[in-house]
Design a binder for this molecule. Structure first.
Ligand SMILES: Cc1ncc(COP(=O)(O)O)c(C=O)c1O
Length: 382
């Protein structure tokens, strides 16, 4: 009998809810992907690069032109000059970048701090490296870092802290002052960071994203991860990148070259070309998604759901305790899907130990206007 290395892992809720939405014909506001396509020019570029013969292995570290574009964007957005050669690595998705960073850092017995609720790939990646996750719940209702709990969770075995801002599922942002506080907390310790910033350009209401790339002290011990899938509305391309100081990048690349070796070649050519021709795309993203958030929230104002507009990401949490307080959030998400035709994700699945009183589900508003209008109409009838 095979002994599972991940005995607690089953089919994820994202797959289950998307399947249920397909079976029942419900509008799928569960899994986090757009129901519209990425820019036409970007999609056309892929076809052109395939026709032009860009179909063999790319450089292990990523196509140089794409690494240059990433470095230029980082200089523009965060004022940091990084080396495209020694600090930027293109990966098949942010998830793979996170996996490789964890394998590079974590030895058996090491502890990794994750803030709950957290993205589901972190813990299995830590377990496969022989490490152990220490779960620190974010403070409700704002999903803010609870500094006392974080400090209490640190031990001589703590090797890594995983940050995620803008935060999935809550949309909460880590402020610059919190990065300063974190820097002070770990200054004397041998602790690294993974900063999952895949939603870096989805920050609303005129607020600036506080990237670890813009924090001199924290960057020196960080892997900063992003995803072209999120930024260019092409999640199925599974193409991302990781930025880290040269010594950390060198260790990460040792793992990456044996996990996948390189990312998909024509996609990298197309992204490099599009980024150089359309630098405005990332500047327009906050307004693009903010108007979707506002449309969805304005329409939901007439519903019995309670919510505060999300600060970032393309997720909106809603509290349903005025509607079905008797249902836990998994049952609520299924009930909404089956009985009301809108699929959502329960927030408890992002926790090791969810708070008993949690009555929140997550909707993804990366959807066309007519999808959002139809969904809101159904939700207002609940
Ligand atoms: C917080 C977070 N990190 C990473 C990812 C994965 O990104 P990619 O599709 O590029 O692997 C996601 C996707 O949903 C996410 O929400």
């Amino acid at each position: 009998m095979l002994t599972s290395k991940l005995p607690h892992v089953g089919t994820t809720i994202f797959t289950r809810m998307s399947q249920l939405a397909a079976e029942t014909g419900a509008l799928n506001l569960s899994q986090g992907f757009p129901d519209f396509d990425g820019p036409q020019a970007l999609r056309d570029a892929v076809g052109r690069h395939i026709a032009a013969g860009h179909n063999q292995y790319a450089a292990m570290t990523g196509l140089p032109a794409l690494r240059e574009q990433v470095a230029a964007k980082i200089a523009r957005c965060y004022g940091r000059s990084v080396s495209a050669d020694t600090e930027v690595t293109i990966t098949p998705g942010a998830t793979q970048a996170i996996f490789c960073a964890i394998q590079a850092l974590i030895h058996p017995g090491d502890e990794v701090i994750v803030f709950d609720p957290s993205y589901d790939s972190y813990e299995p990646s830590v377990e496969l490296a022989g490490g152990r996750c220490v779960h620190v719940p974010l403070a409700l209702p704002d999903f803010a870092i609870d500094w006392q709990r974080l400090q209490d969770a640190l031990s001589p075995c703590t090797r890594l802290i995983i940050l995620n801002s803008p935060h999935n599922p809550s949309g909460a942002l880590i402020a610059r002052a919190e990065l300063d506080r974190l820097a002070a907390l770990i200054r004397e310790r041998d602790i690294y960071l993974i900063s999952d910033e895949v939603y870096e350009h989805l920050v609303f209401d005129g607020v600036a994203h506080a990237s670890v790339l813009a924090h001199e002290e924290l960057y020196q011990r960080a892997f900063v991860v992003s995803s072209f899938g999120k930024t260019y509305h092409v999640t199925g391309w599974k193409t991302g990148y990781v930025v880290a100081p040269p010594a950390l990048t060198a260790e990460l690349r040792k793992v990456h070259q044996y996990v996948s070796f390189c990312g998909v070649t024509p996609l990298q050519w197309a992204l490099a070309e599009f980024m150089s021709e359309h630098p405005e795309h990332v500047e327009e993203l906050p307004a693009f998604y903010q108007s979707k958030r506002d449309l969805f929230c304005d329409l939901l104002a007439n519903s019995r759901f309670r919510f505060r507009r999300t600060s970032g990401t393309y997720f909106q949490l809603v509290d349903y305790s005025a509607i079905r307080p008797d249902l836990d959030d998994v049952a609520m998400a299924e009930w909404l899907t089956r009985e009301h035709g809108v699929a959502a994700i329960p927030v408890s699945v992002f926790y090791r130990q969810p708070p008993a009183e949690l009555r929140l589900v997550r909707f993804c508003f990366a959807k066309r206007e007519d999808t959002l209008r139809q969904a809101a109409e159904k939700l207002c009838a609940v």
